[in-house]
Design a protein. Structure first.
Length: 415
C-alpha cells in the first residue's frame, strides 16, 4: 500500500499539543491537504489525534483516489484544502468521488492559525498539519467548497474566461492610450472614454492614428465614415478638431501607428467579441434557470452579477442575510476595548469577487432604481462618503437578494 499508515501515536514531530477537549465535529478522520502543482502533502488525523497518514502524494488521479479510499476505511472523512480551484481541483474531485466531505481553509486564516502553534517553519508538511489541526479545533474557520453540478461548473468556467478577457482588455487599453499619448496627446484626450468603442477601434485599425488620418485626408476619412453602419459623428467631430492642433510629429510615430496602435486596437476588438460571446452563451444556458430570472428581476443586477452570486453563494449555508453579508465582506467590523476604543469600520476580509460584484451592482442601481437612489442619498445626508454609502446600499440590496433566492419570488414581491 503506497499510503504510509502509521501506528496510533501522539503528534510529536511538528508540535506536542494536548488533544483533550478537541472534537472531530462528526468526522472520524480529518485530512489537511497542502496542494501543489506537481504533488500534495497529506496529513491525516484520527479521532484521538493519532496520525493516520503523513506523506507526499503525486498530482495523479489514481493516487489521490487510493489515498482517500484507504482513509475512508477508518470512517467518515473531511478533506481540508488551501486552494479550492486551479491546482486543487483534481484533489477535490477525487475526494468527492471517494465519498469524502471537502472544506476550504483560507490562506489568511491558515497563517494566523500557524502563528498560534509552536514553531515558525514554513513547509508543506507543517501547512498540511496546521490545516488538519485547525479543522479539529476551530471548525468555524473553514469555508464550504460548493458542490459543482454541471451548470455551476459551466458558469464558473465562463466567469473565469470572462475575467481573463476583462483583465486583458484593461491592459491593452492602457497600452493603446500610452501609444496615443506618445503620438498626439490631444487626440487621445478627444477619444476619452470612447477609446474602446466599436467605431473608435475600427477608425484606428483603418488609419492607425491621428497622423494616419491626416495623411489620408479629411475627404478619405469622411468616405470611410459614410460606409460605416453606425458612425459616431460627435466623436468624429472631436477627433477632427484635435487634428488641427497637430504641428510637430514625434519621432517613431509612424511605427507606433503601424504596429503598436493597430495591434492594440485589433486585440481589444477581438477581446470585446469574446466577452460578448461569453455573455450570450451564459444567457442561453440560464434562460430556463429560475434563480437567474429572479435575480435579474432586480434593478442593477445583470448577467455578470447574477452569475457571480450563483457561483459563489449557496443560500442553504447561511441562516440569515447578516451572515451572508459578513461572508461577502460588506458587514461592518466592530472595534471595542474598554471604554476608550469604540467604533466600526468596513471589513477587509470576505469573498472579494462577490464583494466587488455587489458594489458595482449597487452603484449601477443608482441610475435605474429610485429606491436605491433614495437610500444612497439618505446615507450621504448622514455624513457617509460615497464608497461607504454604496457599501451600505450593497448590504441592503444583498438582504433583498437573499430573500429573492430563499423565497423564490421576484424583486417586486421580495422587496
Amino acid at each position: 500500500m503506497w499510503v504510509q499508515l502509521m501506528e496510533p501515536a501522539r503528534i510529536t514531530d511538528l508540535a506536542d499539543l494536548p488533544m483533550k477537549g478537541y472534537t472531530m465535529q462528526g468526522f472520524d478522520v480529518i485530512v489537511g491537504l497542502d496542494v501543489g502543482k506537481s504533488f500534495h502533502h497529506m496529513y491525516a488525523l484520527g479521532k484521538g489525534g493519532e496520525v493516520l497518514a503523513n506523506r507526499v502524494i503525486g498530482q495523479h488521479e489514481r493516487m489521490l483516489l487510493d489515498a482517500f479510499e484507504c482513509l475512508s476505511g477508518h470512517g467518515s472523512v473531511l478533506v481540508v484544502v488551501d486552494q479550492p480551484n486551479n491546482i486543487g481541483s483534481l484533489a477535490i474531485a477525487c475526494a468527492r468521488k471517494a465519498g469524502c466531505a471537502v472544506a476550504y481553509l483560507p490562506g489568511l486564516a491558515m497563517r494566523r492559525a500557524s502563528g498560534i502553534l509552536p514553531g515558525d517553519a514554513k513547509t508543506d508538511e507543517r501547512d498540511a498539519f496546521v490545516m488538519a489541526m485547525t479543522a479539529r479545533s476551530m471548525p468555524q474557520a473553514l469555508r464550504n467548497v460548493l458542490d459543482e453540478d454541471a451548470l455551476r461548473a459551466d458558469l464558473i468556467a465562463l466567469a473565469s474566461c470572462d475575467d481573463d478577457a476583462s483583465c486583458d482588455m484593461t491592459r491593452e487599453t492602457n497600452r493603446l492610450r500610452a501609444h496615443l499619448v506618445e503620438v498626439h496627446p490631444a487626440f487621445e484626450s478627444a477619444l476619452g472614454n470612447d477609446v474602446t468603442s466599436p467605431f473608435a477601434l475600427k477608425l484606428l485599425m483603418r488609419f492607425g492614428g491621428p497622423w494616419g488620418m491626416r495623411k489620408a485626408g479629411k475627404a478619405t476619412v469622411m468616405r470611410w465614415v459614410k460606409s460605416q453602419k453606425r458612425p459616431a459623428m460627435k466623436l468624429l467631430e472631436r477627433l477632427l478638431a484635435s487634428l488641427d492642433q497637430m504641428a510637430t510629429e514625434p519621432a517613431g510615430t509612424a511605427l507606433r501607428e503601424e504596429y503598436g496602435i493597430l495591434a492594440c486596437a485589433g486585440r481589444i476588438a477581438e477581446l470585446a467579441a469574446i466577452r460578448k460571446g461569453i455573455r450570450h452563451t451564459a444567457e442561453l444556458m440560464l434562460k430556463d434557470c429560475p434563480t437567474f430570472r429572479l435575480l435579474t428581476s432586480m434593478p442593477g443586477v445583470g448577467t455578470k452579477t447574477a452569475i457571480t452570486f450563483m457561483t459563489h453563494v449557496d443560500i442553504a449555508c447561511f441562516d440569515n442575510p447578516s451572515k451572508l453579508a459578513s461572508y461577502a465582506g460588506i458587514a461592518p467590523r466592530t472595534h471595542q476595548s474598554g471604554t476608550s476604543i469604540k467604533g466600526e469600520s468596513a471589513g477587509k476580509a470576505g469573498n472579494k469577487a462577490l464583494k466587488n460584484a455587489l458594489f458595482l451592482s449597487a452603484f449601477a442601481s443608482l441610475r435605474s432604481d429610485p429606491l436605491s437612489r433614495e437610500y444612497y442619498d439618505k446615507k450621504r445626508a448622514e455624513g457617509k462618503k460615497h464608497n461607504a454609502a454604496v457599501i451600505c446600499l450593497a448590504r441592503r440590496r444583498l438582504k433583498i437578494m437573499f430573500a429573492i433566492v430563499r423565497d423564490q419570488r421576484p424583486y417586486c414581491l421580495a422587496a
